[in-house]
Design a protein around this ligand. Structure first.
Ligand SMILES: [Zn+2]
Length: 471
C-alpha cells in the first residue's frame, strides 16, 4: 500500500467524510456538551476496528481510539466543539438557523472528520501489513474553552506518543509555526455580608466592592508586567438589587503571556491582589482554577513533512460553484477586515489570494517567529511530544474565523478541505511510519527547544469546568 493508495482510499470515502462534516455542522454542540459529535466520531472508529477509550480526563466527550500494536505510536488530533451564538444557514447573508444557538465558526466540524479520515487510512495500511506500529486518534473536546487537551494531558494519554499531527481550517494553506500564548482561566468569588443598603449599610460587607477593588488593583499592576501579557476579565456575578449589599460577587479572569512561567507569575500577583481586596472590604475570597494551557511549540521537522505532503497534493479541488459561493461570501466582508487578514501574507501570494476567492496553493509558513495573541490547548500536547499542524484553505481568503461567513463555508464547500486534510495527515503519518529517522530528529528537536519537561498547569484539585461558557 503506497501513499498513492492511501490517497485513493480516502478519495473512496469522500462522500462518507463530507456527510460526517455535515452531520456535525447541523448539530453544533458547545465544549464538553459534544455528546452527539464525539459519539458519532468514536462510534465510526469503533466500527472500523479501533479500540476506543471514552471519558478521558473526567470528560464524557473526550476519547482516544487506537489501532495497531507497538512502536511507533503516532497521534492525530481531532476537535468538534462549536461556538455560542454563531448559528448560521448556508447562504451569503447573515441568517441564523436558530437565533442565539451555537454554530461551527471555527470549522471544528471539519477538523474532527478530516483527522478521522487520516486515522482510518493509516489503520488500513497497518491492517494490510504495509506499516507497523500504532495509530491513535484523539477526540479532543472543548478546544474553544482551552479545556480538552489540558485535562487529557493531565491523565497521561499523550505520554507514549512518538509524534502528533493535526491541522486547522483557515483562509490559506501553510504549516502553522506561530507560537501562541500560554494562559490561565480563573474565577474569584468574594463573600461578604448582605444588609439593607440604605437602612443598615454599616452591617453589610460588599463582595462587589472586593471585585471592583481587585479589578482596580489589576489595572495598576498592568503597567508593571511584560508587554506580551494579556489580561481580560468579566464580572460574572455583580450582586442583585442595588438596595441589597451584595453578599456574593465573582470575577472571571484570563491571564495570557508568552511563557507558562510568565502566566504563573502574573497569576500569583493576581492572587495577592485578591487577598488585598478582601482586607480592604472585609470579605473572603475563594479561587476556582478553571483551566490553563501552554504556549505552542511547532516542530520544524514535522512541519516540513506536512508541507511536502501538501505540495504533493497541490491545490484543493474546489469546483466552480464552490468558488462562486466563496466569492459571494467574501463580498459580505468589509475591505478593512479582508486586508487585515491578508496582511500576514507577503507578495506575490498576497495579491494572488486577493484575486481569488479560494486560494489553496500550499505555501511556506508565513507565521514562523511570530506569536499569536490567542491561545490553543494544542500547546500542551506540543510540550509532551513533537507536534506539527497546518492551516488549510477552507474559507475565502480574507475571512476571519468565528464569523458567520466561516460558519456558512463550513457547512458547504469547506468540507472539501477536510478530505484534503485527511490526505495530508495520512500521507505525513505514512512518512513517519516508513522513515523512523524523522521521528528521531523530531524528538531531538523537541528536547532542544523545550526549556523543561511538561508539567500540567492544572492544580491537582482542578476538575473539568462542565458549565463554562466562553464567547
Ligand atoms: Zn479552532
Amino acid at each position: 500500500m503506497t501513499k498513492d493508495t492511501i490517497h485513493e482510499r480516502i478519495e473512496e470515502r469522500r462522500t462518507e467524510l463530507v456527510s460526517l462534516t455535515r452531520t456535525i455542522w447541523e448539530n453544533p454542540e458547545l465544549g464538553l456538551q459534544e455528546t452527539d459529535s464525539a459519539g458519532l466520531l468514536a462510534n465510526t472508529l469503533a466500527e472500523e476496528g479501533f479500540t476506543v477509550e471514552r471519558g478521558i480526563g473526567g470528560m464524557p466527550t473526550a476519547f482516544a481510539a487506537s489501532y495497531g500494536t507497538g512502536d511507533p505510536t503516532i497521534g492525530i488530533l481531532g476537535e468538534y466543539d462549536a461556538l455560542p451564538g454563531l448559528s448560521q444557514k448556508v447562504g451569503a447573508q447573515r441568517e441564523p438557523v436558530e437565533v442565539g444557538a451555537p454554530g461551527h465558526g471555527c470549522g471544528h466540524n471539519l477538523f474532527g472528520v478530516g483527522s478521522l479520515g487520516a486515522a482510518i487510512a493509516i489503520k488500513e495500511a497497518i491492517e494490510s501489513g504495509e506499516i507497523d506500529g500504532t495509530i491513535r486518534y484523539y477526540g479532543c473536546p472543548a478546544e474553544e474553552t482551552l479545556v480538552g487537551k489540558v485535562y487529557m494531558a493531565r491523565s497521561g494519554v499523550f505520554d507514549d506518543l512518538d509524534a502528533a499531527l493535526t491541522w486547522h481550517p483557515s483562509q490559506v494553506s501553510a504549516p502553522w509555526k506561530a507560537r501562541s500564548l500560554a494562559m490561565n482561566s480563573l474565577e474569584y468569588t468574594f463573600t461578604g455580608q448582605s444588609a439593607h443598603a440604605a437602612d443598615s449599610p454599616e452591617s453589610g460587607r460588599s463582595a462587589l466592592d472586593a471585585v471592583e477593588l481587585m479589578n482596580l488593583g489589576v489595572e495598576f499592576m498592568r503597567e508593571h508586567i511584560s508587554e506580551d501579557a494579556r489580561i481580560h476579565y468579566s464580572i460574572t456575578n455583580g450582586g442583585g438589587a442595588p438596595n441589597v449589599v451584595p453578599a456574593e460577587a465573582s470575577v472571571w479572569y484570563f491571564v495570557r503571556a508568552s511563557t507558562r512561567s510568565g502566566v504563573d507569575r502574573i497569576t500569583d500577583w493576581l492572587d495577592d491582589i485578591a487577598d488585598g481586596a478582601t482586607l480592604m472590604s472585609q470579605t473572603t475570597v475563594d479561587r476556582q482554577f478553571l483551566t490553563g494551557c501552554y504556549d505552542y511549540i511547532a516542530n520544524d521537522t514535522l512541519s516540513d513533512v506536512l508541507l511536502s505532503n501538501m505540495r504533493e497534493l497541490g491545490e484543493i479541488p474546489y469546483t466552480e460553484a464552490d468558488r462562486e459561493f466563496a466569492a459571494e461570501l467574501r463580498d459580505t466582508l468589509d475591505e478593512a477586515t479582508i486586508e487585515s487578514r491578508l496582511s500576514v501574507l507577503s507578495e506575490p501570494v498576497r495579491s494572488a489570494a486577493r484575486d481569488q476567492a479560494l486560494y489553496s496553493e500550499p505555501m511556506e509558513s508565513f507565521d514562523e517567529g511570530t506569536v499569536l495573541s490567542g491561545s490553543t490547548d494544542v500547546g500542551d500536547v506540543s510540550w509532551i511530544t513533537p507536534v506539527a499542524q497546518f492551516w488549510c484553505a477552507s474559507w475565502p481568503a480574507g475571512t476571519p474565523s468565528h464569523t458567520w461567513q466561516a460558519v456558512a463555508a463550513n457547512g458547504d464547500f469547506a468540507a472539501t478541505s477536510a478530505v484534503y486534510a485527511a490526505k495530508v495527515l495520512a500521507g505525513s503519518a505514512y512518512d513517519l511510519f516508513t522513515t523512523p529517522s524523522l521521528i528521531e530528529t523530531a524528538n531531538e528537536e523537541l528536547r532542544s527547544t523545550r526549556p523543561h519537561e511538561y508539567e500540567s498547569p492544572l492544580p491537582e484539585t482542578a476538575e473539568p469546568p462542565m458549565e463554562m461558557d466562553v464567547n
